[in-house]
Design a protein around this ligand. Structure first.
Ligand code: NI
Length: 169
């Protein structure tokens, strides 16, 4: 799996729901997790690897200790807290770029697990931020869509330069 770097049209698409959770779905999620760990990320959404399906993996735990991978199929936010938290966000599709983003501190999501069973779970803090960031990807949104246009344009310009540099190396 190769991570797509912004700006790229594939990162602006709305991903499709998974109808049936099968072995292919599970295999994609496992490969996504492997890709995420390899790149030292804490979250990855399927469109970032060119798969326009509503699949997300997250692991906000300390890498060296116990891993706590979350595999979310068709995740959907059903409740947001009114209280907000601010975190400095990054994204594997926007390498070396960071910005402070304000999002609800606590969320309730529904999703299907790898057995296809519908689940409901509460998340808060970094995990809540990370899951909201990843669900944004499924709707074609990036963290820079939450900051000022000016700051976003600076980041996008830097990424265009970075992509050119990579291409010429
Ligand atoms: Ni991201």
């Amino acid at each position: 799996m190769k991570i797509i770097v912004a700006p790229d049209n594939r990162l602006n698409q709305v991903s499709k729901k998974i109808d049936i959770v099968d072995n292919t779905t599970i295999s994609i999620l496992d490969q996504m997790l492997e890709c995420m760990y390899k790149n030292n990320g804490i979250g990855l959404a399927a469109p970032q690897v060119g798969i326009l399906k509503r699949l997300v993996v997250v692991d906000c735990n300390d890498k060296s200790n116990n891993k706590k991978p979350l595999k979310l199929i068709n995740p959907e936010i059903i409740k947001l807290s009114t209280e907000n938290s601010e975190f400095e966000e990054g994204c594997l599709s926007l390498p070396t770029q960071y910005a402070k983003v304000k999002r609800p501190t606590e969320i309730i999501i529904k999703f299907q697990n790898v057995k296809g069973v519908f689940c409901k779970e509460v998340f808060s803090g970094l995990e809540a931020t990370c899951i909201q960031h990843e669900i944004d990807h499924l709707d074609g949104k990036l963290f820079v869509d939450h900051i000022s246009k000016l700051k976003k344009n600076i980041i996008i310009k830097k990424l265009i330069k970075l992509k050119k540099k990579i291409k010429n190396e």
